[in-house]
Design a protein around this ligand. Structure first.
Ligand code: C5P
Length: 236
């Protein structure tokens, strides 16, 4: 489906977590869809819905609809089917929903043939520490938990996972280089982490063979978002 031909091996997905649609469009209008993909998450989808997806898609961008589905298999089947119907390029679901939910998501994509979006599983959020894992009853290390969930995703036919960038090489070595890695929490040295705990620089993202970096507040909170985005891309 993707029309994007990029010279970068690590590609950029810009997270559009704006409250103001015009602010988002102002930035998007200065971007080349051959280089940048766009992510619409829970905030902008709740605010502007399907019409925003269609509007941005019509500008030629590949869209990652990051709604992180996690529900009973039947509900996820319906949600994935509806999301794929929007013509998006990538969809996210929580791997911790288990294999029956993952299989339902895969099944929902069957009718889409060559227009099938990439199905990407969420492992452990980059805002999590091991203490946060303990709080929800998980006693593994982040590395083991991410790997276990990535294996489950691969076994159930997902295309890749979202994970802390530093886990990328371990997953690629164990599950193969074709299994896609998407890493959020990208920061330049001078940037604040905000609520993220597992931040990495774009330079390291490239070194770790990450397929897609999600770039959010480091750009959207910047005084000059376009310059900041270009600076990040210059490391890839
Ligand atoms: O750069 P920043 O921290 O703002 O990026 C956060 C973006 O990445 C948000 O849109 C968030 O939903 C998304 N994301 C994440 N962790 C994941 C998946 C997506 O932070 N596991």
């Amino acid at each position: 489906m993707s029309a994007v031909i990029s010279k970068f091996t690590t590609k950029v997905i810009l997270a559009l977590d704006y409250s103001n649609k015009n602010q988002a469009l102002e930035l998007i209008n200065n971007l080349d869809p051959a280089i940048y993909r766009l992510k619409i998450g829970k905030k902008m989808f709740s605010l502007f819905g399907k019409s925003l997806v269609v509007q941005i898609k019509n500008l030629g961008f590949d869209i990652f609809l990051d709604l992180k589905f996690h529900d009973i298999p039947n509900t996820v089947f319906g949600a994935v089917s509806a999301a794929a119907d929007l013509g998006v390029w990538m969809i996210s679901i929580h791997i911790s929903g288990g294999s029956k939910m993952l299989q339902a998501a895969k099944l929902a994509l069957n009718p889409f043939k060559k227009d099938t979006p990439l199905l990407i599983g969420i492992t452990v959020l980059t805002s999590f520490t091991e203490q946060d894992l303990r709080e929800v009853g998980i006693n593994s290390s982040i590395t083991n938990q991410v790997l276990m969930l990535s294996r489950l995703a691969k076994q159930n036919g997902l295309d890749g996972v979202v994970c802390p960038g530093e886990e990328s090489m371990n997953i690629k070595e164990k599950l193969g280089f074709g299994f896609k890695i998407v890493a959020p929490a990208i920061r330049l040295i001078e940037d604040p982490a905000y609520d993220q705990k597992k931040v990495i620089t774009p330079k390291l993202a490239k070194k770790f063979n990450i397929d897609y970096i999600i770039v959010g507040r480091t750009v959207t909170f910047s005084k000059n978002p376009l310059n900041k985005l270009k600076k990040i891309t210059s490391f890839l």
